[in-house]
Design a protein around this ligand. Structure first.
Ligand SMILES: [Zn+2]
Length: 316
């Protein structure tokens, strides 16, 4: 049995997965703020799987944690998890001794990519390669090829949100202009919309439907940004499918229709783009999907025996 956690800005989703990859228990608890509280959340979530979902913790061989921050490659150390109030935290060292099993830490989007791939494989379709494109406050993707996460040399593979698609576009928080994230990131859209709302992106869609010119512009920028990310992922990694997930995808078909229209427009203009059949290669992750927590449970399991040996050495 493996445990996987998706530590989100407000809630932490935890699953226990058996050796066949079936989810045997799932719970959710609120996420604490700051390094100590985040470490406590991880320990509490594992404990809650036992008390609330009757998971036998004695059968758990590892705990994987997906967390919204940068992970130093090959370590359990997370940096710049700003949504959690964490500047730097060696999560594996902080929770490993109390949990008593190896702890793997992975960026949450990369973990979700692994989980989305596993769910897809189980539902019959076995994509050789897949990209998971997370549309949240920011934009990033995880790429899975032959069941293995592609991290790149320094863990930057899939950071498509900061590819500039317009040198005269809006300023991005990274300092560049016209990044995909500056057009399509939920945070950037909320900032530019500048009206108070619990769901700013939905608000933008509603206002655009009602004819508001600035909302229409923002909505068009969102579709353009997502379509650009899809093109980049297919043209660089030639993934079979791009699965869209994250908070902004709560808009469902309203979002997908816009993105498909944008992809169709570029296909109309270009026989080459048409040959890629991009509109047939995008999919939506169902709401409430356990992909991120499931993927976190699989982190480490995707590797080979060498990886396991390394883990054993690291954790003694
Ligand atoms: Zn940027």
């Amino acid at each position: 049995m493996r445990v996987g956690l998706d530590v989100g800005g407000t809630k932490t989703d935890a699953v226990a997965v058996d050796d066949a990859g079936t989810i045997r228990g799932r719970i959710r608890i609120p996420t604490g703020w700051g390094p100590d509280a985040v470490a406590r959340t991880v320990i509490d979530a594992v404990a809650a799987l036992a008390t609330e979902a009757s998971v036998d913790l004695g059968a758990v061989g590892s705990v994987g944690v997906g967390i919204p921050g940068q992970i130093e490659p090959g370590t359990g150390r997370v940096v710049h998890a700003v949504n959690l109030g964490v500047e730097e935290l060696d999560l594996a060292a902080a929770v490993g001794p109390e949990l008593g099993v190896p702890v793997h830490v992975e960026n949450d989007v990369k973990a979700a990519a692994l989980g989305a791939h596993a769910l897809h494989a189980r539902s019959g379709g076995v994509p050789g390669s897949m990209a998971y494109l997370n549309l949240g406050t920011g934009i990033a993707a995880g790429i899975v090829s032959d069941g293995v996460l592609w991290r790149g040399a320094r863990g930057t593979a899939g950071e498509v949100g900061h590819i500039s698609v317009d040198p005269n576009g809006p300023l991005c928080r990274c300092g560049q202009r016209g990044c995909i994230e500056a057009f399509a990131g939920g945070g950037a859209i909320a900032e530019r919309w500048a009206r108070r709302s619990a769901l700013p992106v939905r608000d933008v869609f509603d206002a655009a439907d009602a004819g508001d010119a600035s909302a229409r512009q923002l909505r068009a920028g969102l579709a353009r940004g997502v379509a650009a990310a899809v093109r980049v992922l297919v043209l660089t990694a030639d993934v079979d499918i791009v699965v869209l997930g994250g908070g902004v995808t709560a808009l469902g078909e309203r979002l997908m229709t816009d993105v498909a229209a944008e992809l169709s427009a570029s296909a109309e203009a270009s026989p080459f783009m048409r040959s890629l059949r991009l509109t047939e290669r995008i999919e939506l992750l169902p709401p409430g999907s356990p992909a991120a927590a499931l993927g976190a449970a699989l982190v480490g399991a995707e590797g080979d025996a060498t990886h396991d040996t390394e883990e054993a050495l690291v954790h003694g």
